[in-house]
Write a protein of this length. Sequence first.
Length: 550
Amino acid sequence: MAGRSRYTSDNPSTSEGGEEHGEGLLPADFELADLYGASNGGDEDLDDSAVIVPPISLPPDAELAAAALGVPLIARALKLARWTAPHRPVDEHGDLTEPDREPAARLLELAPAEGEVAEDAVVEAMRAWALACDLDLVETGTTAEGEHVAIPGPDLEAAEEGDPETVLALWLEAAGIVRELAAEADSLPAEGEEPAGEGAGAEEGAEEDEGPDEAGLSDVEEARDAAAELLDEALQVLYETTAFAEPGAETVPLGVLAALLVVPEGEEPDEEMLGDITDLMVSLDPMLADLAELGLLEHRPIDPELFEEEEAGEPAAADEEAPLDEAEAARFGMVRLTPLGQYAVREWLLEEGYDAPLIGELAQGDAGTLLRGLAETTNVLPERELQAWLSGREPVAAARELLAAARGRDATGPVRRMYCVVALGELGTPAHPAVEEVLEDPDLGGLARIWLREHGLEVAPPERPVALWHTVDSFAAVLLASQGDAARLRELVAALPVTDNPASYFGELWRVPHPYTAEVLEVVGELHLDRNVAKEARKAAFKARSQRGK
């Protein structure tokens, strides 16, 4: 999948001369916030290498495979493949022969067992046959007598038995085919519209060049690429929003999806953006419908009556000032990425070289692997990883392992200790015995005493040197984990117990033998609102650096 980029009015989905395909098609009488209440969290000039894909949870492969086998189009392809055994005649193109087409529709229960078979049923049966051939569930060849026949493919039996690896590989291949066809269909001219390169201007030079219209082919190719890029971006946005959504809240209004692709971060959509959003909704709607057929999405299309109402000039709502209710908003289209869809998008992202982690991957190792991974990985949900690691573990043993992994004065030590404290909080009271064992530990004693006191145990507070070391360590952890988030750091700076004599406080702090003492003092000097305090912190930072160089 391509990295995300903004959709703008320069997109080829806008016709020549600046006329937008979607103009006037959707009612614009609602409040913008009701229809397009979203903004993009990306950066317009964000390089592909900077794209961070959030971690997701996926069901077990067996559950995903069962969902894939439940997709009607897949089930029909499998059924037709089995129907070919031991062999079945086909035409020279590998398609079912005329005598077999109606029986195929009956076999798939697309038509009644007796009586006339509708043309649509035959078309659907042939679609399933084409997919079976594309997935090599059916193989075609020629007999010694010159007859064209089809036989079951080598993966059919494993797929029928529900082998997760086989089923998911077949389904993913089918999803890729449908994804390409959806973009290709979107790039074709609408009914009644002349293809690019045709019309009055196309007659000029016809006698000189009897071959295909290269300019027209180029236009179609560009339109197909633009549609594919738009679909990829929309799927990636859905992937991200689904990753962060609360359970049960993964459904996204189509207008919100389009707005996430159009509206810059922190801005409200203006009238020009509104037109782009409407164009996107109209372009995405049929492509999403194609993907929904294969189980990638749950999709409610745009209500076609909206177009009729707009053309008839009917009011969009009885009270234009009133917000849209849920049923009315759904008429503008809704979409939800299914677990199968998440699986597919993640596989496509991995193919493109993106890091697309699964929640719980870090939790597969020991406590050291877990805490190091949390400290060194950007796209991770720490609490979810910690919960996965702690699940099923005996509290005291888990706490001991975590505390042991949190020791050390290396570059990631502060962050490891920060996440160790978070994990201890998940364990709660049962972790007390393990924490009490490290009260005198030089790296862990400060956090242990503070944690136990916060959890109601009577222990002496840490001595002054230990308390100061813990202050620097905790500040350094936030500095490293937040990647310089000024708002979070200002809160810490404001909470420092600086007295009326900052020179005395920082005179103690710069002597703390911590690898990040100087960096912490520099941040305090930069962010503290009291000029005198900031000045003393900068002086202390200089002394800490000088001491480090000795």
